[in-house]
Design a protein around this ligand. Structure first.
Ligand code: NAD
Length: 274
């Protein structure tokens, strides 16, 4: 019943379940983070563009935990790409978070039309060398984007955070990640809530005496994914973390595999996103 960890390609360990805080203003982020840390979470996922890094930092301080017990991720926003601009944006994020390092710093989107993600990655490599970003990774990168930064720097990201839920399983990208020892992190893991009423998921949940959210989160765990469900409701925050005392059967996993639908993307396609 202990929480689970994934070992990254740089040797760091990331808690497999974390709290996502997108669309959560500062005054809601602080209590949500505090509630999650009280419930046993040790991993929080924010981003500069969420405009709640202050609230996340506040929640961490209110928890009374020591900073080193918590795995904290933030992300560089698109309009801060470029080498010098990235270093500046990173300082600003640390300041808002009220900490002197992050556990994971991600490039939020490739934003390829800017032509800056390689220079941006070089800045992240420097931040890792300085130890102020303990690990560095990317988000919303296609394999071609990853191949380019690795070719230019020789440094492989530890993780790629991508849209991934039972009806949008990203099998091709996951196979590429596995080959390159890159962990896959699922954003919008519950399909932003739209999958909670799905009949296949509801049936499995009922058989196991679990909630649909717990079944979906466990599906991510059993697939070796790092998962960051979002909620600001304390009871749901607790519920979403009670996923370490059961497993899905091979039959259930097979049923869920059948939900995959290439057309089920919710967010923007990173190829064309700004
Ligand atoms: P999600 O799939 O985690 O769904 C969240 C929604 O599901 C909640 O708002 C709530 O309405 C519902 N919900 C959560 N727990 C529930 C429960 N137990 N019972 C019933 N309903 C429940 O959606 P998300 O917020 O889009 O994604 C999670 C996190 O992923 C974000 O908060 C953010 O940290 C990250 N994210 C990253 C990117 C990126 O580009 N890197 C994009 C989107 C999200």
């Amino acid at each position: 019943t202990d929480q689970l960890f994934i070992t990254l390609n740089d040797g760091a360990r990331i808690p497999q379940v974390g709290l996502g805080v997108w669309q959560t203003p500062n005054d809601e982020a602080a209590p949500a983070v505090k509630a999650a840390l009280d419930a046993g979470y040790r991993h929080v996922d924010t981003a500069a563009v969420y405009e709640n890094e202050e609230g996340v930092g506040e929640g961490i301080r209110q928890s009374g935990l020591s900073r080193s017990d918590i795995f904290l991720t933030t992300k560089l926003w698109n309009n801060d790409q470029g080498y010098e601009q990235t270093l500046k944006a990173f300082e600003a994020s640390l300041k808002r978070l009220g900490t002197d390092y992050v556990d994971l710093y991600l490039i939020h989107w490739p934003s390829a039309h800017r032509g800056l993600f390689v220079d941006t990655w070089k800045a992240l490599v420097k931040l890792k060398e300085e130890g102020r970003a303990k690990s560095i990774g990317v988000s919303n990168f296609y394999p071609e984007h990853i191949e380019k930064i690795v070719a230019e720097t020789g440094v492989t990201p530890v993780i790629n955070q991508i849209e991934l839920h039972p009806d949008f399983q990203q099998r091709g990208t996951r196979a590429f990640h596995e080959k390159h020892k890159i962990a896959t992190q699922s954003w919008s893991p519950l399909g932003q809530g739209k999958l909670l009423g799905h009949p296949v998921i509801a049936e499995i949940a009922q058989t196991l005496g679990r909630t649909p959210a717990q079944v979906i989160i466990r599906w991510h765990i059993d697939n070796g994914l790092v998962v960051i469900p979002k909620s600001v409701t304390p009871s749901r925050i607790v519920e979403n973390f009670k996923v370490f005392d059961f497993q899905l059967s091979p039959e259930d996993l097979q049923k869920l595999k059948g939900l995959d639908d290439a057309g089920a993307r919710i967010g923007p396609d990173p190829k064309t996103a700004s």
